[in-house]
Write a protein that binds this ligand. Structure first.
Ligand code: UDP
Length: 365
């Protein structure tokens, strides 16, 4: 055995594990099927702009340990996410707050907004929300649901809101203050200079093999390390023996534009169902860029099939039950650790991934 650990996937989970293991004198090999490190947090510089190649990544956490941890590897700016939601020719502030309510109904005070929402909840007759539609209406009322949630969510998940779990919409804050900050967390920001530097620093001095798909080289890699840290799809690891887990995929369409400022905000959501993309990201605004050009990315959700990039796990009851069967197999492994959004089949944000990776480090190292 040449290595103590073979780490499959150079995303945030795998790279943190590798960094911590290396620090403790363990010999690691990190492999990645892509031609670069970083997984989906990878950023690439284009015309001086750090482009989030696999979708916008905005760092936020309330966990001081996580915040201090990630800032060892980069300095973070003061970016606060405040997306704009566009429905036909109307624009609204996100997340749902007094600015949204004022624009929708002309209400001015929190009491007026709450009364309007209560009226709409009563009309819908919802007591205990059973699906995303009912959950959404019970949070913000029917008007906001119809304009800002129904179409966006239908596109994003490829299913009507009545067939989706409630937790997806509970990610978003509802606030009765005039505060457009998308997150409730204490700490928030974007690494100045992009995310790739973070991963590169973590992997400094560690053996890395790119363009190396674990499943293609499985035999060759079998005896290369004592233990494996696997951050790919857990169902694929087990050759889909209980069946395929469901994922949601994305297609990104990126353009370099010869203008300074395309949309005046990093994130603009397109909430009507008829527009096939869910949002346009203008990357320079994450770092307050003043370059003469700009790069924008349209994000098109798509159905996942084998071979596509699995961006989101579909954590409904059916898939969670299937995942638990794979998890049982995973628990029996002595020398394989599963981690990250795909290895643990959970809709993790970056700060969750860091928490999980550090837990794993404590446990195994
Ligand atoms: N969502 C919505 N309208 C919006 C923004 C979000 O209905 O304008 C819903 C949608 O179902 C989405 C979920 O809220 O999948 C979570 O949004 P978030 O921005 O957290 O998603 P992510 O950035 O992880 O794709």
């Amino acid at each position: 055995m040449t290595y103590d650990y073979l780490i499959v996937g150079s995303g945030l989970f795998g790279s943190i594990f590798a960094y911590e293991a290396n620090k403790r004198g363990k010999k690691c090999l990190v492999i990645d099927k892509r031609q670069h490190v970083g997984g989906n947090i990878y950023t690439k510089e284009v015309e001086g702009i750090n482009v989030h190649e696999y979708g916008a990544h905005i760092f936020h956490t309330s966990n001081k340990i996580v915040w201090d941890y990630i800032r060892q590897f980069a300095e973070f700016n003061r970016y606060t996410n405040s997306p704009i939601a566009k429905y036909k020719d109307e624009i609204y502030n996100m997340p749902f707050n007094m600015n949204t309510f004022h624009k929708m109904w002309g209400v001015i005070t929190p009491q007026e907004a709450q009364a309007k929402i209560n009226e709409q909840i009563q009309e819908a007759g919802i007591v205990e929300p059973q699906n995303l539609e009912e959950q959404a209406i019970s949070m913000v009322g029917k008007d906001i649901y119809e304009k800002l949630i129904k179409g966006y969510t239908g596109k994003q998940w490829g299913k009507p809101c009545t067939e989706l779990p409630t937790f997806i919409i509970k990610r978003l804050p509802v606030r009765f203050t005039y505060d457009n900050n998308y997150f409730n967390d204490l700490y928030q920001g974007i690494p100045i200079g992009g995310y790739t530097q973070i991963i590169e620093k973590m992997l400094d001095g560690i053996d890395v093999r790119l363009n190396c798909d674990y499943f293609e080289y499985r035999d060759e890699l079998k005896n290369i390390a004592e233990k494996v840290v696997f951050t790919g799809m857990i169902d694929q690891y087990y050759d889909y023996c209980y069946g395929e887990l469901e994922y949601r995929s994305l297609r990104f369409e990126t353009e370099l534009l010869d203008m300074e400022n395309y949309q005046g905000n990093a994130v603009v959501n397109y909430n009507e169902y008829e527009i096939p993309y869910t949002r346009i990201i203008e990357h320079k605004h994450f770092e307050y860029g003043t370059q003469p050009k700009t790069v924008i990315t349209r994000e098109y959700p798509s159905q996942w099939k084998k071979g596509d990039e699995p961006y989101y796990p579909m954590n409904d009851d059916k898939n969670n039950a299937l995942y638990r069967k794979y998890e049982e197999l995973a628990k029996q492994e002595k020398n394989v650790i599963f981690g990250g959004r795909l290895g643990m089949y959970k809709y993790f944000d970056m700060h969750h991934v860091i928490e999980e990776a550090l837990k794993c480090v404590d446990h195994y190292l």
